[in-house]
Design a protein around this ligand. Structure first.
Ligand SMILES: *Cc1c(COP(=O)(O)O)cnc(C)c1O
Length: 463
């Protein structure tokens, strides 16, 4: 498969190079030249397959040319072998219509492990024998950082620099990053918001001086390989609920628009998706964009669901591009200047055909946590609760199963869960002595100069 940039001015690349590059050199995001499709028979044939086999069938067209089917299967077996549930992403029924798709059984307890465990292995495979050295630079609102660090800690040829907004990630999230003491792991607490951290990362990628000196890459969901890995569980879940005979809807707690965009890709590939419900918290740029065409940033309000506390959703560019039918370089550069834009009619109408959206207030988030516990004894994390609240008021016909993506284990957000439900989730044994371990991180101001100087001192330059 070949890939091209949403902004139309970067070279076309194959899967290996797209994976190592992350962001395109014109500031855009890579998307595949065509959407591969699975026939009804092929989708029906996924029934009863293991997660790994499903992953191989869904992802193979995207890696063609760079990985054989056996290589892909081997990487998937390794990545998903580290999950603590035999089904990898099990479905749990809440009531006659509502289901949870539990995506948090990986090593760091959030759905980001599903993609990042594979991405770490892809990096290692693609670097092996090349003598190249990769410098991963990422911004995290909590979960990407811990999942990425777990995926690459101690791997040869890779350094990871992870920026998190100081004081705005939960204690479990911070410790999952800062207690990894492998010498190739560098944690930076930025004095600012997640958006400040993400803007710094974008600036580093766009700075030819910095990007020219180091082989920098991204592990944020701007990296295509991450989205690709997430497409798998939409198929896996829908087939278990009756696809392709029956349409299934998904409610997705959304921040950077990566997870829900993977659902869009699944629909493009032929999965019968009734609706993709984009659930936001009070940081609702996506809800405003999808409901009224107004994509304009405000300031970030910290909430109990910090992984959704963002105002700029990087992956939205991929949807705008797919719906526009032409490159969106001009539109996105205009947005970056004005911090605001209007969707075109084609973009609005195209999005409305598949997407619904909702903004969930804290009371409704807490209400969803209490409902799930009372109804079925399930303890939800705040992000998942936002998804479920949106799912329950989306008004879908009763015969359509609605799957809420359970994006984090409740133990990652123990205080918020306890406040809402009175239940204090215990930290799963696989995290071990997280609270006794030594932490290591540095605090830096949110300036380009400070962060690039810090990285330049520690990273390995290109040969
Ligand atoms: C990252 C994250 C999200 C948001 O996912 P996006 O792909 O950025 O939209 C939601 N919930 C949790 C727990 C997360 O870690």
């Amino acid at each position: 498969m070949r890939y091209h940039s949403t902004r139309g001015a970067a070279p076309s690349l194959g899967f290996r190079d797209v994976t190592l590059a992350g962001l395109a050199s014109d500031g855009g995001l890579y998307v595949p030249d065509t959407w591969p499709s699975l026939t009804r028979e092929q989708i029906a044939g996924l029934a009863g397959l293991s997660y790994v086999e499903t992953a191989v069938r869904v992802m193979l067209p995207f890696v063609e040319g760079d990985l054989s089917e056996d290589e892909l299967r081997d990487l998937c077996s390794q990545a998903y072998g580290r999950f603590s549930h035999a089904a990898v992403t099990p479905l749990v029924q809440l009531d006659a219509q509502h289901w949870l798709l539990e995506l948090f059984h990986g090593p760091t307890l959030a759905f980001k492990d599903v993609a990042l465990q594979l991405l770490g292995l892809l990096f290692e495979k693609f670097l092996a024998g090349s003598g190249d050295h990769l410098t991963i630079v990422g911004a995290t609102s909590g979960d990407t950082g811990s999942a990425a660090i777990d995926a690459v800690a101690g791997r040869a040829g890779i350094d990871i620099f992870m920026l998190h907004p100081k004081g705005r990630v939960s204690d479990v999230q911070r410790r999952q990053m800062t207690t990894v003491l492998a010498p190739n792991v560098h944690n930076i607490a930025i004095e600012g918001s997640f958006d400040d951290a993400q803007a710094l990362v974008k600036a580093m990628f766009n700075d030819s001086g910095f990007a020219g000196r180091f082989q920098v890459t991204a592990v944020n969901s701007i990296n295509w390989a991450r989205l690709m890995a997430q497409v798998v569980y939409y198929f896996y879940a829908a087939v278990r609920l009756g696809a392709p005979e029956r349409e299934v809807a998904f409610a997705v707690p959304t921040g950077n628009f990566g997870d829900v965009f993977a659902g869009y890709v699944a629909a493009k590939m032929g999965l019968p998706v009734a609706k993709l419900i984009v659930a936001t918290n009070v940081n609702d740029i996506l809800h405003r964009a999808l409901s009224s065409g107004d994509y304009s940033t405000g300031s970030v309000t910290p909430t109990a669901a910090p992984s959704m506390d963002i105002q700029v959703s990087s992956n939205f560019e991929r949807l705008l591009f797919d719906l526009a039918g032409s490159d969106v370089g001009e539109q996105m550069r205009g947005f970056e200047r004005a911090r605001a834009m209007r969707l075109s009619n084609a973009q609005r109408e195209g999005a409305a055909a598949l997407f619904a959206s909702d903004r969930i207030e804290p009371d409704d988030m807490n209400g969803a946590m209490r409902w799930a516990f009372a109804e079925s004894g399930e303890v939800l994390d705040p992000h998942t609760a936002i998804g479920l609240a949106a799912a329950r008021r989306a008004g879908l016909p009763p015969e359509v199963p609605v799957v809420t993506l359970a994006t984090a284990h409740p133990a990652k957000f123990r205080d918020a869960v306890e406040r809402a439900t009175g239940q204090r989730p215990s930290v799963p044994a696989r995290l071990g002595d997280l609270f006794e371990r030594q932490e290591r991180y540095d605090v830096l101001p949110a300036t380009f100069e400070a962060v690039t100087a810090y990285i330049a001192e520690r990273a390995t330059p290109k040969r």
